[in-house]
Write a protein that binds this ligand. Structure first.
Ligand code: ZN
Length: 133
């Protein structure tokens, strides 16, 4: 069975914490031990796991991605004019996995799950599949 949560993003580029939403799906599904596979069915947003203690980390990740992939480039051919959004999403990736143990997501002390928006604000879907032990 495929589970799903929706995420409203803010700003053209942003990192939205989705850890609590994913944890709620784990509880509702009654998964005590296994793996959560996370996937975004989009082409201009991504999933990542990173620190949530210092907001400077979010800022720096977006800043560097912007630097690596400039929004304006006269050589882009994509007619929608959002090639940077597609490239940044591909660099970060559309899926992730998190272990589940004792009914809880296994994350490090400083780790949180983010939906990384590169062409917002939009309402995004996060699909979750549980593989149970
Ligand atoms: Zn596009």
């Amino acid at each position: 069975m495929l589970h799903e949560c929706t995420v409203q993003t803010s700003g053209r580029e942003s990192l939205t914490v989705i850890t609590d939403q994913v944890a709620r799906l784990v509880r509702e599904a009654g998964v005590t031990s296994g793996v959560a596979l996370l996937y975004v069915p989009h082409t201009t947003c991504a999933i990542t796991i990173q620190e949530n203690a210092d907001p400077g980390v979010q800022h720096d990740m977006l800043m560097v991605l912007r630097r690596i992939v400039p929004r304006e480039d006269t050589n882009y051919r994509h007619i929608e004019d959002n090639s940077a959004s597609h490239l940044q999403a591909s660099m970060m990736g559309f899926s992730h996995f998190v272990f589940i143990e004792g009914g809880r997501l296994v994350l490090g002390q400083w780790q949180t799950i983010y939906l990384a928006e590169f062409d917002g604000p939009r309402t995004r879907r996060v699909l979750v599949k549980f593989l149970r032990d």
